[in-house]
Design a protein around this ligand. Structure first.
Ligand SMILES: [Zn+2]
Length: 392
């Protein structure tokens, strides 16, 4: 109990560093009596236990295998499901404390912002300082930030490059400034108009520059031809499910290369409803064929990426749409945890309940493998080992 009070006191002043307990004091927390769904796709474990020491998970398993340390604060989750914190791998308006609070309270402990919506200049890198300030408060969802959407002059996006050399300089500038991810636009036909596109040589220069510095590249796409270019340039993940029918050959190439897809079905549902299009149905069909072929899917919604409404907090609409498309509850949970962590560049740190991972953990009321609606009933949220929500 003493520790719980300490947490409240620290959170009230909002100064807790993301690196863990104030003064480096190691606290021990034991979540007990939960159904463990660890994000790896493994079978769930009944009467599961998660032990957290300082900010890391140190043990996970069934109550019969795991010893609860004597100094642990025990948090009985009463049969709820224990999962990794969910991750929304495609949002905008991420540099907002109120948004980050809402995501975290809703069980989304990390978000990836894939593009500020203003015209980027060299001084815009100050947004990365905003990110660091926001990330220092564990009540906020962790923000992974791309900065701008890199494009060509007059193209779709907010930061134009004019040649492969210019692309290298500007991508290096973004990474020097603190970008976690590089986002590139591959788009020639959207929002009712034609757009000039980056050349393949420019996209390759962007990707090579980022990869040299161990930074991943995410691409905006909307059609198969854009995905082909992304593959040719070794982009790591493509965002928005294609709204033309994707060929089996293209899916096979993507699976072979391990290229991830972030479908953003919530975006396509909103756009399709507004304009009477069938893009949502085409996207759902492509998604199912990609999943059945063994493709890696990461959950992302495009929150605030368009004028249609989006869920803030648990992305329950996206989850419903992925389920309606034919993904199983387990595939969906993997997409929202392990796979989303990978596309954020955080695959070694978060996304699964495994020893050594940062303790981003949620508890929901019910078994989401039986009823996905349970994901909308978040009881407990732990970020960086700190209980930031407890509504048991
Ligand atoms: Zn977007």
């Amino acid at each position: 109990m003493r520790r719980a009070m300490c947490v409240i006191a620290v959170l009230t002043v909002g100064l807790l560093p993301a690196t863990g307990w104030a003064n480096g004091e190691a606290g021990v927390l034991a979540l007990v009596h939960g159904l463990l769904i660890d994000g790896t796709g493994a079978e769930p474990v009944e009467d599961g236990v998660v032990i957290i020491r300082d900010r890391r998970i140190v043990a996970v398993g069934s109550a019969s295998e795991i010893e609860i340390p004597e100094d642990a604060e025990v948090l009985d989750v009463g049969g709820g499901a224990i999962l990794p914190g969910f991750i929304n791998a495609h949002v905008h308006d991420g540099y907002s404390e109120s948004n980050l609070r809402a995501w975290a309270r809703g069980g989304v402990t990390t978000v990836r912002d894939l593009g500020t919506q203003f015209r980027w200049t060299s001084s815009s890198v100050s947004v990365f300082a905003d990110r660091d300030r926001l990330n220092a408060d564990v009540r906020n969802a962790r923000l992974v930030a791309a900065g701008p959407l890199v494009t060509t002059v007059g193209g779709y996006g907010g930061y134009a490059v004019t040649s492969p050399e210019d692309a290298r300089d500007k991508v290096n500038g973004l990474i020097d400034g603190g970008a976690n991810i590089i986002k590139v636009a591959i788009e020639d036909n959207l929002q009712g108009r034609r757009w000039p596109m980056l050349t393949l040589g420019e996209i390759r220069a962007i990707v090579e520059t980022a990869h040299t510095r161990d930074i991943r590249v995410a691409a905006h796409v909307s059609r198969s031809v854009h995905v082909e270019m992304a593959l040719d340039a070794s982009v790591d993940d493509v965002n928005h499910m294609a709204v033309d029918s994707v060929s089996g050959g293209l899916i096979a190439r993507m699976v072979d290369r391990g290229m991830a897809w972030v479908p953003t079905l919530e975006l396509w549902e909103g756009v399709s409803r507004r304009y009477g299009l069938s893009w949502d149905r085409i996207a759902a069909g492509n998604l199912l064929r990609f999943v059945e072929a063994g493709g890696i899917v990461a959950l992302g919604t495009d929150y605030a990426g368009y004028t249609t409404p989006f869920d803030l907090g648990m992305p329950i609409t996206e989850i419903r749409l992925m389920s309606d498309a034919g993904m199983t509850p387990m595939q969906l949970i993997e997409a929202a945890t392990r796979n989303a962590a990978i596309v954020c560049g955080l695959g070694d740190d978060v996304g699964t309940l495994e020893p050594g991972k940062i303790a981003d953990v949620i508890v929901v009321d019910g078994n989401p493998l039986d009823d996905l609606q349970a994901l909308g009933s978040v009881l407990v949220v732990v970020r960086d080992g700190v209980v930031i929500r407890d509504d048991r």
